[in-house]
Design a protein around this ligand. Sequence first.
Ligand SMILES: CC(C)(COP(=O)(O)OP(=O)(O)OC[C@H]1O[C@@H](n2cnc3c(N)ncnc32)[C@H](O)[C@@H]1OP(=O)(O)O)[C@@H](O)C(=O)NCCC(=O)NCCS
Length: 147
Amino acid sequence: MIEIHQHKIILQLFKKAKKISPEFLISWSEKLVSELLVEKSSYAFTVKSASGQYISALLFTGHPHKKESFSLSEIQLIFTDPDFSAKGHASELLNKLKTCSQEVWLDVHPKNKKAISLYLSMGFKEVGRRKNYYFDGSEAILMSYQK
Ligand SMILES: CC(C)(COP(=O)(O)OP(=O)(O)OC[C@H]1O[C@@H](n2cnc3c(N)ncnc32)[C@H](O)[C@@H]1OP(=O)(O)O)[C@@H](O)C(=O)NCCC(=O)NCCS
């Protein structure tokens, strides 16, 4: 569950990231993100700046295993405030998810080179493609990380 006090702040961060990279968040509207935030199986990891501002968020669907660990996690969304990009914040969040998950799955737009390179550098491997997956008709690259 994602704590209610985090919803507004995560949505604001999402809106800022979408303004800068609309093509890579094409399947996500504010309404869809709001619906994801209230799902029981949704979880969020976040990074805050020294001043307490939220600067990066990872939203995922988790299948709980033991206390605070997951047998399977599916990344739904990851975004960093563009003013704080390339400082390792998304990597930090992915590492945290890898630590508490046996297996992690995600899909990514083939044109999202920055995200693909980040996932590859974090040990994710391409395992397949999903045809006609995004709103622009593009296929999705399916990637997974196994412990
Ligand atoms: C993709 C995205 C989440 C990456 O966030 P980020 O916080 O900038 O990611 P990181 O800083 O951890 O890593 C990005 C790059 O910076 C590099 N980097 C990490 N720490 C660094 C540092 N201290 N100094 C310089 N570069 C650094 C990383 O090696 C990585 O390079 P790579 O692409 O060659 O692997 C961000 O660009 C974003 O929000 N994009 C729009 C939304 C999106 O596309 N999300 C993915 C689909 S849901």
